[in-house]
Ligand binder design. Sequence first.
Ligand code: ATP
Ligand code: MG
Length: 189
Amino acid sequence: MIRFEQVGKRYANGHVGLHELSFRVRRGEFLFVTGHSGAGKSTLLRLLLAMERPTTGKLLLAGQDLATISNAQIPFLRRQIGVVFQNHQLLFDRTVFNNIALPLQILGLSKAEIVKRVDSALERVALSDKTDLYPGDLSTGQQQRVGIARAIVHRPALLLADEPTKEKKNPKEIGGSGELAESGKKKTA
Ligand SMILES: Nc1ncnc2c1ncn2[C@@H]1O[C@H](COP(=O)(O)OP(=O)(O)OP(=O)(O)O)[C@@H](O)[C@H]1O
Ligand SMILES: [Mg+2]
């Protein structure tokens, strides 16, 4: 599903984000990337989202070459991806339900289908009772779980998460990586 071959990323100001990175991830696999601050973890995710292009090497996602992908193809690529950002980027003037519904509204799904999928995503992150609250009324961990629900609600083939468990002392807590692994298993089953 993902193939990095000697991928390098040098930013316009000369900073090196990644240096000759090679690895593969197959469908259904769950990969943890760890590294010190500035090691290039977020750069890796931005490359996969085609927010940045690699400067050297070859980067394939679902058979598509991300060095040469056209701008017109990028929205189609992103529909196959769910992302939990480092700062979860929720909209604080919308309810939990509407935050999670957003990707589905963009896809133009029917109202009934949206309600069904949002309810199921909320169930997966154990927040069914918070659907009508605003993100500001939730704890930090609960806000992160809303971010996870929003990332999985359109059933993407690939789920990317930039340090979703940073705030947690124990990353196995609900909303942490255990749950991400679980949703990955369900998707590929
Ligand atoms: N937009 C940018 N322009 C120039 N240099 C950048 C840019 N984004 C990242 N870098 C540089 O690339 C390197 C990798 O940054 P990146 O954000 O990928 O690190 P990270 O591993 O995600 O760190 P953290 O754990 O702090 O989030 C750093 O040296 C950083 O300064
Ligand atoms: Mg980062």
